[in-house]
Design a protein around this ligand. Structure first.
Ligand code: C2E
Ligand code: MG
Ligand code: MG
Length: 693
């Protein structure tokens, strides 16, 4: 900070000191000048008096003086003149201490100090000034001075050269020069005393002025300092706040950046597994496709991986287990990925994998097989050992296409194909799949109008007693004759209906038609003991099926015991409350049959608890009779199980007498198959089985 009071005090002190010094010097000079002027005029007056009164003594001295005169001669003449005594008289009582007289030629003809008589003063400036008509003089200080009355010490003396004129002659000629020494010691002392006073006063005033100014400045400085301090504090405060704000901003920015990164991560990753999502996969695939050298064949493969029956796990064991399973699956898949590969999750149980830098189809195939092999070991989630498999569809670039969406769609279609071919396998995309997929979409659209258009019908297939060959019942099977597509097998449209939810309407229609037919045959005199109807899990999932069933029975006057509901094993896996749902149906009084037994995840533990009365052994095992020993053993085991659980065993798809004979030996109860009749329209069925009247 600028030290205002210090600089001011130094500067003003210097200025005041300078000013007072100047002032005093000027004052002193002035006083001396005045004194000098005064003494000069007194000297002139004295000279006047001398001229008037002593002219006669003086004149001869001057006139007598010749250049060759010795001082001695001159002294003698001076002593003789009597001037000394006259001058001493005149000077008595005055301040005149000494007098000297010079001729116009500068010769000293008289002095009150006789030793000086005879000196030549012609070149003295005072003398010359007087000769020019001016009175000149100066003030000097003498330590020792010889005056009229002896020697004096420490005197301030003014000496003046005054021109001498002849008295009252009117003559202007200068007759000589008078030098008068006057004692001004007391004047000087007085002047100096005055000077001391004046100096003291001036100094006191200036000091007071200085003090006053100093106080003002000091006060101003205090104010300035406190203001500067306040300003400094304010600055520091501002600095601190700026720093705080900067830190907050930096923090905010880094938080925002982090949030942005998290958002970005979220936007590109699946929150459950942490895998890249569809967006990121598409970005990567797009980039890789751009970098692809199309001259070469297979370089990129898109593997669409779908877990088989994952939904069952989700529905049976709950979503948390399903989620944990997905994480486990992700871990296994991820671990077997190559450095250039990308695994992403599309959602649900769908994963997609991008293989880069391939050198041919076999490599893609080997990878697919390696991935499938990962599912051979069961997954463990919360003490549950879960067996899982996957179906993989593969599309290749540039062979199958160079468009991201096309490649993904193709891999998806190939995956569907793998599923259709029995799951737990991989399948490469083929051009026909696109047609199939297109057909599937077509099918979906048509199916919705099938009931309204009267395109649906039921065919019936007989079930007979293995020993008597008597009709024990018939299975109602849906048929769809589409106006545009022709005959569409249930294996094609039932899954589509299940996926779209349209199965509920189809099922309701089939149930109603079955009951109606049973009642109609009763009236017509064809006694079919039991009619079976296939029930999709989707129908059972909806709570209103039991009510629908009861309403139907009531409508057609059919007793519950004459309706059999065929359910597949998957019901148990898929439906969480499968047992209670089935118990509801059982309570109504209908029979329950376990269809396609042996193809699903049959477990004796729950088979025991299921409220079913009938076991339908799947056609695939029957067709193995006489062909595969293992199938025969399985069939035998199934018949044994049915017997031990007190269930009716029904063999599906019996086509040959040999099969029939084998089944008969095993003790199977009933059979169904082409051997006894294909599924046929009600009219044909009636004609086939109605005993001739
Ligand atoms: P499913 O219930 O196992 O029906 C038996 C299937 O085996 C029928 O095929 C039948 O025609 C066929 N079949 C019977 N005997 C033989 C034989 O000796 N040899 C051969 N090779 N096949 C034989 P379909 O009618 O094509 O039905 C296929 C599947 O469609 C059914 O299998 C059933 O699961 C489903 N389905 C049919 N109708 C309905 C329905 O109304 N509702 C539901 N939810 N599903 C139905
Ligand atoms: Mg069936
Ligand atoms: Mg079956």
């Amino acid at each position: 900070m600028f030290r205002l009071s210090r600089y001011f005090s130094l500067l003003s002190l210097a200025l005041i000191a300078g000013a007072s010094a100047l002032l005093l010097l000027y004052y002193r000079h002035n006083a001396m000048e005045q004194l000098l002027a005064l003494e000069q005029s007194r000297a002139a007056e004295f000279t006047q008096v001398f001229e008037n009164s002593l002219w006669t003594e003086f004149k001869p001295l001057v006139d007598a003086a010749r250049p060759g005169d010795t001082p001695e001669i001159l002294r003698q003449r001076a002593a003789a003149s009597g001037l000394h005594g006259a001058l001493a008289r005149m000077a008595r009582g005055t301040t005149v201490l000494k007098v000297k007289i010079y001729t116009p030629a500068g010769m000293t003809v008289f002095s009150t100090d006789p030793g000086q008589i005879g000196e030549d003063k012609s070149d003295n400036p005072g003398f010359m000034g007087a000769m020019a008509g001016r009175t000149t003089g100066a003030l000097t200080h003498r330590n020792q001075f010889d005056a009229f009355e002896g020697s004096l010490s420490e005197r301030d003396i003014i000496f003046a050269y005054v021109p001498i004129h002849a008295p009252s002659s009117g003559e202007t000629r200068i007759a000589g020069v008078f030098e008068i020494y006057q004692d001004v010691t007391s004047f000087v002392q007085q002047a100096e005393r005055q000077m001391a006073w004046v100096s003291a006063t001036v100094l006191a005033v200036l000091a007071a002025l200085y003090l006053a100014q100093f106080l003002v400045v000091h006060h101003a400085q205090t104010i300035l300092r406190s203001q500067a301090e306040a300003l400094h504090e304010a600055n520091e405060d501002l600095d601190r706040r700026v720093q705080e704000r900067t830190q907050a901003l930096v923090h905010e920015i880094s938080e925002r950046r982090l949030a942005q990164q998290q958002l970005n991560h979220l936007a590109h990753h699946d929150p459950l597994t942490g895998l890249p999502n569809r967006t990121l996969f598409r970005e990567r695939l797009t980039r890789q496709l751009l970098e692809l050298d199309t001259a070469d064949q297979t370089q990129l493969a898109v593997l669409f991986i779908d877990l088989d029956r994952f939904k069952d796990v989700n529905d049976t064991l709950g979503h948390p287990v399903g989620d944990a399973l997905l994480i486990n699956v992700t871990r296994r898949l991820q671990a077997s990925m190559g450095p250039g590969d990308l695994l992403a999750r599309l959602g649900g149980d769908e994963f997609i994998c991008l293989l880069g830098g391939l050198n041919g189809v076999p490599q893609a195939e080997a990878t697919a097989q390696r991935l499938l092999a990962l599912f051979q070991q069961p997954f463990t989630v919360d003490d549950n050992r879960l067996h899982l498999s996957a179906s993989i569809g593969i599309s290749l670039a540039p062979a199958d296409g160079m468009d991201v969406d096309v490649l993904v769609r193709q891999a998806d279609a190939a995956m569907y194909q793998a599923k259709a071919l029995g799951r737990n396998r991989h399948h490469f995309y083929t051009a026909e799949m696109t047609t199939q997929a297109r057909e599937r979409i077509q099918l979906e659209g048509r199916l919705r109008s099938a009931i309204g258009a009267g395109e649906l019908s039921l065919h019936f297939q007989a079930k007979v007693d293995i020993h008597s060959g008597q009709l024990t019942g018939a299975e109602a099977l849906l048929r769809w004759h589409c106006a545009e597509l022709g005959e569409v097998p249930p294996a094609r449209f039932i899954p589509v209906a299940e996926e779209t939810g349209y199965i509920e309407e189809l099922g309701a229609w089939a149930l109603n038609e079955t009951c109606r037919q049973l009642a109609a045959w009763d009236v017509a005199g064809l006694r079919v003991p039991v009619l079976s109807i296939n029930l999709s899990v989707k129908q059972l999932e909806r709570g209103n099926f039991p009510a629908l069933l009861q309403a139907c029975l009531l409508r057609w006057g059919v007793v519950a015991q004459r309706i059999e509901i065929e359910i597949t094993e998957s019901v148990v896996l898929v439906l969480q409350d499968a047992f209670s749902r089935l118990a509801e149906l059982q309570a109504i009084g209908v029979r329950l049959a376990l269809d396609d037994f042996g193809t699903g995840y049959s477990s004796l533990s729950y088979l025991n608890r299921l409220p079913v009365q009938v076991l339908k052994i799947d056609r695939s095992f029957i067709s193995g009779i006489g062909v595969k020993r293992s199938d025969e053993s399985i069939v035998q085991a199934m018949v044994d199980i049915a017997r031990s659980l007190d269930l009716v065993s029904v063999a599906e798809g019996v086509e040959t007498e040999a099969q029939l004979a084998f089944l008969r030996r095993l003790g199977c109860a009933e059979v169904q198959g082409y051997l006894f009749g294909k599924p046929m329209p009600p009219g044909d069925f009636q004609a086939r089985w109605q005993a001739p009247a």
